[in-house]
Design a binder for this molecule. Structure first.
Ligand code: ADP
Length: 637
């Protein structure tokens, strides 16, 4: 038996392992199963070129056995095994630069850093979190039985090795569990851990079958049975996976209860290698607007690393569910490391591109079912996707082409929903633009009905210009940043001066404004708070008035949205536009000119309040509004 000292870094690491309190020490099992699976991978690879390595037994598997009485847990594999020299090198030093860096980052304050360890996972040595003595017995594939090795350590500064005789190839790791780690002898607990962390390891992971009380009384011995699913679904050839297998995976692995609207199985090979199995739900998730929520699990070489990864997809694709399995990331990645890991950034870029391309192909498909799928995705997730117009400069254009809005043009109805017209995309909108139309026109409103009834539309309608309805709360925010498509400005019809009038019309509006000057001044002075200007309108044909804002003004809907998010916002200042072609406006102006201003201020206030109601708002003083209407009705009845 030979004594060896651990490399300094290993001693440091072991010190942390043994002396800190660990909240997540169960990950040792994941690490050991992963090593065992790697050993099987290595043997399989070597055997491709070295005949006879299997020596008649090509079973590759991982066997876990617990001995309650002895307090011992063993994890055995039939993989490539270790020679004595390899055991000394691999189980006495730290080769991975990542782990070294991790150690440096940790410093020596074990208690403070105890939680970090669990998150990193540090391979074989993590077993010292649960064991106070570890024995490794191994025999490399292809060597004789008497060239086995026993490695042993109590996790202090040293380990010993000796040559042993071992009947079969592969490695057995025996953990003498600490007093407070006996939970890991319980086969139910072990099963749960295998399912949780190693379900998709490519080799069978075996545990003794749980016996019934009767079977135990009969003295039956528990046969080993496979606990993990065995083969990762995403590693199988796509054409051999059925739709129902995909759906089953979506439901169990992604913990979903609906049917997926669509799925994407990606295999990327080259400088970057990863597989992704992605799903889009067909039902609206409860937590859709929780930006912290994510549905992607990360695997590294079939080994589960974490749920709810936030770095692999941008916020606006947070509704996508599934897994990503990377060949390039180290197993000991932490959430902190992932954030600015270059590989992760590259995967994220690729995933985003592929998902958006997939959506685009559904949207432009000739297949009715695929088109309908896109419609479903847009209905449920369109407003989330549109966040990209604000947040993702690189993909802004792609997403813009995927956005769908209802508009003054779309009259066809959605099947089963007679009141809601079908939606249109921006590309189609641009294609329909008549000559002379300079901008893409939009109107923000709290509901489809409010948008459709908006008096602002009148002038645009009469010119034959289509207006898009932006009716989702998020659109207020989106519209502020999404100001151009296909080199055409996107303009709100409720902001700024309407650019509808021809030169002649402009001239006549200017002249009318001159003759209305006194009346407009009177109106402005009397309407007071909330109305910063009163002017004649170029956008109205039928209605007497409407409210508009300056180009950069906060709209009332945006102000509402911000208030609901707890922000302090000033009351939006609006501009009241009057239609000089409307008889009511003409009569009011005539009364002002004649000097009979009795009740005139009340009439103007009523007009203003009606404009507020029409855009879906609420008059500042509803009681006063009702009183004025009642007075008018008394006169009329
Ligand atoms: P990692 O597996 O990330 O390289 P570990 O500390 O877990 O780091 O293991 C160190 C090395 O020990 C492995 O790279 C491998 O060479 C060897 N090893 C560990 N477990 C086994 C095993 N079950 N069979 C063969 N070799 C193993």
């Amino acid at each position: 038996m030979t004594q060896h000292a651990f490399q300094t870094e290993v001693q440091q690491l072991l010190h942390l392992m043994i002396h800190a309190l660990y909240s997540n020490r169960e990950i040792f099992l994941r690490e050991l199963i992963s090593n065992a699976s790697d050993a099987c991978d290595k043997l399989r690879f070597k055997a491709l070129t070295e005949t006879g390595l299997y020596a008649g037994d090509d079973r590759l598997q991982v066997n876990i056995v617990s001995d309650q009485e002895a307090g011992v847990l063993t994890i055995s594999d039939t993989g490539v095994g270790l020679t004595e020299a390899e055991a000394i090198e691999h189980l006495g030093t730290i080769a991975k630069s990542g782990t070294k860096a991790f150690l440096q980052a940790m410093g020596t304050d074990a208690a403070k850093n105890s939680n970090l360890i669990g998150q990193f996972g540090v391979g074989f040595y993590s077993a010292f979190m649960v064991a106070d003595r570890i024995v490794v017995e191994s025999r490399a594939a292809g060597v004789s039985a008497d060239a086995g090795v026993r490695w042993e350590s109590a996790g202090d500064g040293n380990f010993s090795t000796e040559v042993i005789t071992r009947a079969q190839r592969g490695t057995t790791i025996t953990l003498h569990l600490k007093e407070d780690a006996k939970e890991f002898l319980d086969t139910w607990r072990l099963r749960e851990l295998v399912k949780k962390y190693s379900d998709f390891v490519s080799y069978p992971v075996l545990l003794p079958k749980n016996l019934t009380e009767d079977e135990k009384k009969e003295g039956k011995t528990a046969e080993p049975e496979q606990v993990n699913a065995g083969q990762a679904l995403w590693t199988r050839p796509k054409d051999q996976i059925t739709a129902s297998e995909y759906t089953e995976f979506y439901k169990t692995a992604c913990k979903q209860w609906d049917e997926p609207a669509t799925r994407l199985h990606l295999t990327v090979e080259g400088t970057l290698s990863f597989t992704a199995l992605l799903f889009v739900p067909s039902e609206k998730p409860m937590d859709l607007f929780d930006r912290e929520k994510r549905g992607l699990s990360l695997y590294v070489r079939r080994v589960f690393i974490m749920d709810d990864n936030k770095d692999l997809l941008p916020d606006y694709l947070r509704f996508v569910r599934g897994i990503v399995d990377s060949d390039d990331l180290p197993l000991n990645v932490s959430r902190e490391i992932l954030q600015d890991n270059a590989t992760v950034q590259k995967i994220r870029k690729q995933l985003t591109k592929k998902i958006l391309d997939h959506f685009a192909s559904l949207a432009s498909s000739n297949d009715e079912a695929e088109k309908a799928t896109f419609t479903t995705i847009d209905e449920i997730f369109g407003s989330v996707l549109r966040e990209a117009l604000v947040n993702d400069f690189d993909n802004k254009d792609k997403v813009a082409r995927l956005t769908r809005f209802r508009s003054t043009w779309t009259t066809a109805t959605v099947e089963g929903d007679e009141k809601r017209p079908a939606k249109t995309g921006l590309e189609d909108y641009v294609r329909r633009m008549p000559e002379g139309q300079k901008a893409i026109y939009v109107v923000n409103a709290g509901s489809l009905e409010a948008a459709q009834g908006s008096p602002h539309l009148e002038g645009y309608r009469s010119k034959g210009y289509e207006v898009l309805f932006l009716t989702d709360p998020v659109d207020e925010w989106v519209a502020q940043h999404f100001t151009e498509f296909d080199k055409k400005p996107i303009t709100s019809i409720a902001k700024g001066l309407a650019d509808l009038a021809t030169d002649d019309e402009k001239k006549s509006l200017d002249e009318q404004t001159k003759s209305y000057e006194g009346f407009l001044g009177f109106a402005k002075a009397n309407l007071g708070e909330g109305i910063k200007d009163v002017r004649l309108s170029a956008r109205l044909t039928d209605s007497p008035c409407c409210l508009v804002g300056d180009t950069h003004d906060l709209s009332p809907q945006m102000a509402d949205l911000m208030k609901r998010m707890g922000q302090d916002v000033p009351k939006p200042q609006r501009i009241l536009e009057l239609n000089p072609g409307h008889p009511l406006v003409q009569k009011l102006q005539a009364r002002h000119t004649a000097g009979t201003t009795d009740g005139l201020a009340d009439h103007l206030a009523t007009l203003r309040d009606q404009a507020v109601l029409v855009e879906g708002g609420r008059p500042t003083d509803p009681a006063a509004f009702a009183k004025r209407i009642q007075a008018l009705m008394t006169l009329a009845v």
